[in-house]
Design a protein around this ligand. Structure first.
Ligand code: NAD
Length: 388
């Protein structure tokens, strides 16, 4: 016999049957914990943040961590899971989406903003919800774009490497003042606006902008706006000393920087890309870097990055010829898609992603508010464009 929670003495078998009857605390707990999630492309820091947030929010999700990317070869790891959680280089094409649905998955929770690597149509047809984190920290990315621009202009990675080798000469290190230099911001959403603000207010650059949907915060005069003029793309390219790309990757923006555009660019232009590699035709870029049309390029993203980024290739071969060429060029800086990588961004990513999962488990759908940290549920409410 045992002491019942209300103080009565009960038989052990009665107590056990009470514990496991419908709507008992144990049943409720078991029901809550039956939501399994396969987290793909999982790094140790992802695991730390997801575990911490799972505890803080009291979600009691059961996480299965996979360092591999989600693709058709790894999709069976989602067996028995209600959700999969993926990152920028996981790929969920039609075949993967169908296989996920067959495994019983209900949610693809992207822990990034871009959904260019998920077949949204196939997800809709298979009845899968796709959630994402639209803005985990625009400051992280905007600030990294500026850091890349300054590093490129003043050749800081070269100076650092030379100094470590005992070479303290200044040859090859000549940069220019940022003050009054023309910087073209291409794409003036959340991230582009932050980069524009830092460059205009911090360095007094002559910032100009191009966007298919102009943003009044950019063009309105101070104090409400930044007083930055919008120009057409060709004028921005022809007159800028630096450009920074912040447009999403869409069919209309793929290779928006290409051999044709290189012909109209101001000679010696320096290019920063923290958006998506596909915005630039890499073969044309390499040619421009070789012939001096482009003085330098600093990129956090590059076409064909998926098999390489977030992995260690220091003892093996990078077989993508363009990436192998870029990493060896002295006028190129490459960072491995880490512009987002701040503590604040990781916290927002894990909070928003787990709240989306909670919404699916509880049948209320991912939370939607009007702030910039919304989780957008796709479908049925696919936005007009990929935010990248
Ligand atoms: P956003 O949606 O707030 O802004 C994108 C802007 O691009 C919008 O103003 C839109 O009108 C504009 N745009 C759309 N089509 C265009 C075109 N054809 N030409 C010029 N502008 C166009 O997005 P955001 O939060 O500022 O993010 C920008 C991009 O940054 C994302 O698409 C994503 O690819 C990238 N990103 C990179 C990282 C990283 O770690 N490197 C992290 C987050 C986001």
């Amino acid at each position: 016999s045992l002491l019942h929670p209300w103080g009565e003495v009960v038989e052990y078998k009665d107590f056990v049957s009470w514990l496991f009857r419908d709507r008992s605390p144990v049943r409720a707990l078991r029901k809550r914990s039956s939501f399994k999630v396969a987290i793909f492309s999982c790094a140790p820091y992802d695991r730390d943040w997801f575990d911490r947030t799972n505890e803080e929010l009291g979600c009691n999700f059961e996480f299965e961590y996979h360092s591999e990317q989600l693709n058709i070869d790894t999709v069976t790891r989602a067996k028995g899971c209600s959700a999969v959680c993926t990152f920028v280089n996981d790929f969920a094409g039609e075949d993967v989406v169908k296989a996920l649905a067959e495994e019983g998955v209900k949610l693809i929770a992207l822990r990034c903003a871009g959904f260019d690597r998920v077949d949204l149509r196939a997800a809709k047809d298979a009845g899968l919800t796709v959630s994402r984190v639209p803005a985990y920290s625009p400051y992280a990315v905007g600030e990294h774009a500026v850091a890349l621009m300054l590093s490129l202009n003043r050749r800081i990675p070269n100076a650092y490497r030379n100094s470590r080798l005992g070479n303290f000469k200044l040859d090859g290190q000549l940069g220019c003042d940022m003050y009054k230099k023309r910087v073209g911001i291409i794409g003036t959403g959340l991230i582009g606006t932050i980069a524009a603000t830092v460059l205009k207010k911090g360095f007094e650059c002559d910032v100009v902008a191009y966007d298919v949907f102009p943003n009044p915060k950019i063009s309105d005069p101070a104090p409400d706006g930044l007083g930055i003029p919008y120009l057409d793309l060709d004028t921005v390219l022809a007159t800028s000393d630096f450009i920074s790309l912040h447009a999403p990757l869409l069919p209309t923006t793929k290779h928006m920087i290409n051999a044709e555009k290189l012909k109209i660019m101001k000679k010696g232009i320096q290019i920063v890309n923290t958006s998506r590699g596909g915005l630039i035709d890499t073969t044309a870029l390499i040619q421009g870097l070789k012939d001096g049309t482009i003085a330098g390029a600093a990129m956090d993203v590059v076409e064909g990055e998926a098999p390489y980024f977030f992995r260690d290739f220091s003892t093996s071969c990078v077989t993508d010829d363009n990436i192998a060429t870029l990493v060896r060029m002295p006028n190129v800086i490459l960072t491995p898609h880490l512009a987002f990588f701040t503590q604040e961004a990781l916290k927002t990513i894990s909070d928003t992603t787990l709240k989306s999962m909670q919404g699916i488990r509880e049948g209320t759908g991912p939370p939607k508010q009007n702030g910039v940290l919304d989780t957008v549920c796709l479908p049925p409410e696919a936005p007009k464009e990929d935010k990248g």
